[in-house]
Design a protein around this ligand. Structure first.
Ligand SMILES: [Fe+2]
Length: 233
């Protein structure tokens, strides 16, 4: 399997490019608009054909590259069924699988950070452990804020504890962001060491989230409307 974790320094966003091998069809998850030409260069070098671009949710901290990648490659743009982005051509619901030339991604509805967030579980197909792309719902030793865009701490807790934490222990966790330099974790690790969740009740988690008191993201007023138009508003 061809698997690339790409990083946008400006927004600390991770983007994932996945294909079953060089020369095959590919899917990209959570691409950033300012990095679009870098992705296209890599896609060309690896002789890939981009057929799907996915956003896990409507991002508030960077502008998505979905629209630009669709224009450049003709790929389908995809989000979960509850997105308000009308520019997206393809939608998935809970349990549905996105198949791209031997790559299988199962859609998991994981609201909480936003009310329309999905995670995507990559089937390792016996070649590697499964991996879950959690967007901002579950981060490494943290979790995405729940105070805007229909966020809800109780839903976040439920998505993480009752859905993501039921995945296999060794499932890799690949979030959409990291601010400390961590690149990957596992479900077992997060279940045990995530300070917001390990041994915490839903009420305790909600209290932690309430007390975060975060400023709005710098780009929020630009990014959210832009992303409802696939980054082309
Ligand atoms: Fe987000």
């Amino acid at each position: 399997m061809l698997f690339r974790q790409l990083f946008d320094k400006e927004s600390s966003t991770y983007t994932y490019l996945i294909a079953s091998g060089v020369g095959r069809e590919a899917v990209i998850i959570d691409p950033v608009k300012t990095q679009a030409s870098a992705y296209l260069g890599l896609i060309e070098q690896l002789d890939l054909k981009l057929v799907r671009a996915i956003d896990t949710h409507t991002h508030a901290d960077h502008v998505t590259a979905l629209g630009d990648l669709r224009d450049a490659t003709g790929c389908m743009t995809l989000m979960g069924e509850y997105t308000r982005a009308e520019c997206v051509s393809d939608h998935v619901s809970e349990g549905e699988t996105v198949d791209v030339d031997g790559v299988h991604l199962k859609a998991l509805f994981t609201p909480g950070h936003t009310d329309e967030s999905f995670s995507f579980l990559l089937d390792g197909a016996g070649e590697r452990e499964d991996a879950v792309f959690t967007g901002d719902v579950l981060l490494i030793r943290g979790s995405g804020r729940t105070d805007f865009q229909g966020g809800d701490a109780y839903k976040s807790y439920d998505s993480i504890v009752n859905k993501l934490f039921t995945l296999g222990d060794q499932t890799f966790v690949y979030p959409a962001h990291d601010y400390k330099g961590f690149t990957v974790s596992t479900i077992a690790e997060e279940r045990r060491f995530n300070p917001r969740l390990a041994g915490k009740s839903a009420e305790q988690y909600a209290q932690i989230m309430r007390n975060l008191d975060l400023p709005n993201p710098k780009m929020m007023d630009v990014a959210v409307p832009a992303n409802l138009a696939c980054g082309q508003a």
